[in-house]
Design a protein around this ligand. Structure first.
Ligand SMILES: CCCCCCCCCCCCCCCCCC(=O)SCCNC(=O)CCNC(=O)[C@H](O)C(C)(C)COP(=O)(O)OP(=O)(O)OC[C@H]1O[C@@H](n2cnc3c(N)ncnc32)[C@H](O)[C@@H]1OP(=O)(O)O
Length: 399
């Protein structure tokens, strides 16, 4: 073997990266149709021919008013819904048609986000070695990761993984997987792509189904992409956030609090009204454990924050239990306001917004915190926690 490492341990060590995984590029995309939150109750009850359900419309209006959301983007616009009237009725067998549309639209939206992330990264798409794709709209094989690889012209040797139905923690899980892949495979460059399109779960209002009314008020469509790699090659590659530590925690006895299930009429879901409280009671323990594992003690207000804005009340609870200053969750609140809850994709939008805000602050001579936290939540209830470090050569461009 000439000068090759002599032992299996040495071989293993040679395969590992030296430094921590880092975010090297971020991109986001939304479908073109944008709906104002103030107009949504009128729109939804009109396009589903449900104007007579005035109580439910009142409920949707009350939730919209308290949602902290200004607008959302959707793929299923009025024309597409008119061409697929069964989508408005959960009892009709419409899954085939939904999957047909989603199978094309989900990877295409992901490709739009990925193209931006790759452009910022600065290297050719053929240098990507791994792809981690997350969506709740996948119900077919070969799936969206395979199609995205074709759309981007990735190499046939790219290692693909698809995560399905992780819901709102899909972005956090994908980034954790990307960290493991990048740190354990020297030279690996991982494309993380999350793409969520609500048409799989859109249907008309029904009495007794508050979950649907809540979903109609909160969710929107979007895709986010991140390039992750260790040991960046200067000057082309510049780390935006280094991934210092990552963990996943499941809150005991909360299996039924958030659920999703694919049925013949589309995806049904349940979101307990206890979710904000349950998260509020558990996030601090995850944070304490994460910083203890790093051997660091942190004052919460000295950190930057990228929290998944699952709903306004979730952000309020977390802000309250951690005693965070008003400005600390500004990136999460901004993304919630401009895009709604795009499930697993949302946390990537928050990272993008955060780096933009940090760059603006640096341009004005201000100093942003060096250390921060990303958290995402979903069915389980699952909490994804990642401690981030922002190097001083933070990207000043934004995207
Ligand atoms: C544009 C396109 C749209 C298309 C949409 C199609 C849908 C697609 C869906 C895709 C599904 C994917 C789902 C799974 C992903 C899960 C991951 C998550 O993030 S998990 C999601 C994580 N997100 C969350 O868990 C949401 C967190 N919650 C919140 O942010 C707030 O509670 C709020 C904004 C909903 C209301 O503000 P707040 O200050 O609390 O105001 P108030 O106290 O005054 O109550 C007002 C009304 O709200 C009611 N209500 C409250 N909760 C629920 C509920 N769970 N349930 C039902 N209703 C609920 C309450 O009963 C009251 O009704 P009423 O008495 O007036 O009749």
């Amino acid at each position: 073997m000439g000068s090759a490492p002599a032992t299996a341990q040495e071989m293993r060590r040679a395969q590992r990266a030296d430094g921590p995984a880092a975010v090297l590029g971020i991109g986001t995309a939304n479908p073109p149709t944008c709906l104002a939150q103030d107009d949504y109750p009128d729109y939804y009850f009109r396009v589903t021919n449900s104007e007579h359900l005035t109580d439910l419309k009142g409920k949707l209006t009350r939730i919209c008013n308290k949602s902290g959301i200004k607008q959302r983007y959707i793929h299923l616009n009025e024309d597409l819904l008119a061409a697929n009237p069964d989508f408005a009725d959960r009892t009709r067998p419409s899954l085939d048609a939904r999957v047909d549309i989603a199978s094309a639209a989900v990877p295409e939206l992901a490709a739009a986000a990925a193209a931006k992330a790759i452009a910022e990264w600065g290297r050719p798409a053929t240098d990507i070695t791994h792809l981690v794709f997350s969506t709740y709209s996948g119900a077919r094989a070969p799936s969206a990761d395979r199609r995205l690889a074709s759309l981007l012209g990735l190499r046939p040797t790219v290692s693909r993984t698809i995560l399905n139905l992780h819901g709102c923690y899909g972005g956090g899980r994908s980034l954790q997987l990307a960290k493991e892949l990048a740190e354990n495979n020297r030279g690996a460059r991982v494309l993380v792509a999350c793409s969520e399109i609500t048409l799989i779960a859109f249907y008309g209002p029904e009495g007794g189904c508050a979950d649907n009314i809540l979903g109609q008020a909160l969710f929107g469509d979007g895709a986010g992409a991140v390039i992750v790699g260790a040991d960046p090659v200067a000057p082309v590659e510049r780390p935006l956030f280094e991934m210092a530590f990552a963990s996943q925690t499941t809150i005991p006895e909360t299996e039924d609090a958030i659920s999703m299930q694919i049925n013949k009429g589309g995806m049904e879901y349940h979101i307990s009204n206890q979710v904000p409280r349950l998260l509020g009671c558990n996030v601090e323990r995850c944070l304490v454990d994460a910083f203890r594992a790093l051997g660091v003690s942190a004052a919460w207000n000295d950190l930057f924050w990228a929290i998944h804005p699952g709903g306004r009340a979730i952000l309020d609870h977390i802000e309250g239990v951690l005693g965070l200053d008003d400005s600390k969750l500004a990136a999460s609140r901004h993304v919630l306001s401009e895009f709604g809850n795009m499930s697993g994709t949302t946390v990537i939008f928050v990272l993008d917004e955060l780096r933009r805000r940090r760059a603006a602050m640096a341009m004005q001579g201000g100093e942003a915190p060096e250390w921060g936290v990303m958290m995402a939540f979903g069915p389980g209830i699952t909490i994804e926690t990642m401690v981030l470090h922002a190097p001083s050569n933070l990207d000043l461009k934004g995207n």
